[in-house]
Design a protein around this ligand. Structure first.
Ligand code: FCB
Length: 444
């Protein structure tokens, strides 16, 4: 299944329309100093109004599947209570448009836009948010469940918990590791409860951003913190989802911060309910050191691990400064298959931002993006050859869009968007990917 991906807040705009309530990203992006250039998602790609045109574009390009997200505040403006019919209608129209054109819809229920009212009542650190999510999942699924064959509960709970409540660089901008740990548990519980109520037609999974961590050197301290980083970013989510509970080494590490008393009897069984598929978002490897002086522009990882990540010298980087190491994808897919054996895996995001330049003829020759995708698709193919049950690959993103704290400054699209005119121009990578989707093989 060759697809493309977007998320509601990053592309929709229309934040005040048809009864949508405010989300934590509306609040955060309107807070001075949080987003580069003071950008917001108020208009974004105007996808809310232009989805017909965007679906037609996908069809023209021969894209076979579309992963998008449902905005919770469009369905329940205050995060609780009865459904807002106009919100549901919007997504029914989008699903219809996709199904009419034979594009497989893959909706995600939560891509970070928590209704602000729920944040005001405690947000993800509070168990009641997980309860509200189960209610929301049941509303969307009973109205639209039969319209899509694959559903994703949460996108990247690590990012929600640790960038939102730990590092504070994402909404809601809280910096408290104890709260980030509680958020982690309630996100996983929300996923488990949602998968319980979504036990009808279709396959249901969760998308994790697996971030491989390797020690920068064989210094025992680098080895130790790289191991901690792997536990923190990956195992903390994978182990409970696959029935192994929280990794004890990490629970021990956080002893001074949290006693994990938010875990109640029966929670781990709910979380360990078998997944129909695991979604994997892969962008980069972290080269990890305990000594930031060892790496250029080393960035501290969240979670007070004493761990810094940097791009190793000589490795090319994207405009996000993320090192380009496609073999990380095959290694991690093979590792997941070996260690957890999910029934099926979908790569639900992979892609890159570059400084795209509009040529004099109005076209964009994004050769770097093509070579990035080629490398990663080859890596995915290697995993298939190693018997990994890989069912699909989704490029992030269909469109240039609102890249969170970077505003509109980082362009991940296969399709260029002029944010003044909303004109869409497929880049060379879009045509290249269309050929991949069409032939199922890599162009020479
Ligand atoms: C992922 C997010 C997605 C996008 C890409 C670049 O972590 O899921 O929304 O921002 O990164």
């Amino acid at each position: 299944m060759w697809g493309v991906a977007t998320s509601a807040y990053q592309v929709e705009g229309a934040v005040d329309e048809d009864g949508r309530g405010p989300s934590i990203w509306d609040t955060f992006s309107r807070t001075a100093g949080k987003i580069r250039g003071g950008h917001t998602g108020d208009v974004a790609c105007d996808h809310y109004h232009r989805f017909e045109e965007d679906v037609a574009l996908m069809a023209e390009l021969g894209v076979r599947a579309y992963r998008f997200s449902v905005a919770w505040p469009r369905i329940q403006p205050d995060g609780r209570g009865p459904a807002n019919q106009r919100g549901l209608d919007h997504y029914r129209r989008l699903l219809d448009a996709l199904n009419r054109r034979g594009i497989v819809p893959v909706p995600t229920l939560y891509h970070w836009d928590l209704p602000q009212a729920l944040e005001d009542a405690g947000g993800w650190p509070s168990r009641s948010t997980a309860e509200a999510f189960a209610e929301y999942a049941s509303i969307v699924y009973s109205a639209l469940g039969s319209e899509a064959p694959y559903w994703i509960t949460l996108n990247e709970p690590w990012v929600s918990a640790w960038l939102g409540y730990g590092a504070g660089i994402h909404a809601p901008g809280v910096t408290d590791d104890a709260l980030a740990l509680a958020a982690t548990h309630h996100l996983l519980l929300a996923d488990g409860w949602a998968r319980q109520v979504m036990a009808g037609p279709g396959e249901v999974g969760i998308s994790l951003n697996i971030q491989p961590a390797r020690p920068a050197t064989d210094d025992p301290e680098d080895v130790r913190v790289a191991r901690l980083a792997d536990l923190h970013m990956n195992v903390l989510y994978l182990d409970p989802l696959f029935g192994h509970g929280y990794p004890l080494e990490l629970v021990e590490h956080y002893r001074a911060v949290s006693d994990f008393e938010f875990v109640r009897e029966g929670d781990l069984e709910v979380i360990a309910r078998p997944l129909d598929f695991l979604g994997v978002n892969y962008y980069r490897i972290h080269t990890v050191t305990a000594d930031p002086a060892r790496g250029q522009r080393a960035e501290e990882l969240p979670g007070a691990l004493g761990a810094w990540s940097f791009a190793p010298p000589g490795v090319p980087v994207t405009s996000m400064d993320w090192p380009i190491e496609p073999f990380g994808l095959s290694d991690l897919l093979v590792g997941l298959h070996r260690d957890y054996a999910p029934a099926k895996i979908l790569v639900t995001e992979n892609g890159a931002a570059f400084e795209d330049e509009l040529g004099p003829d109005g076209t964009i020759h994004d050769a770097e993006r093509i070579s990035f995708l080629r490398g990663h698709i080859e890596a995915a193919h290697e995993a298939i050859e190693a018997y990994v049950p890989l069912g699909g690959f989704f490029v992030w993103s269909l469109l240039d869009n609102f890249e969170w704290g970077h505003g509109y400054h980082q362009r991940f699209g296969l399709v260029h968007v002029d944010f003044q005119t909303q004109a869409r121009t497929p880049k060379a990578s879009a045509h290249w990917y269309a050929e991949v989707a069409h032939t199922g093989s890599l162009p020479a």
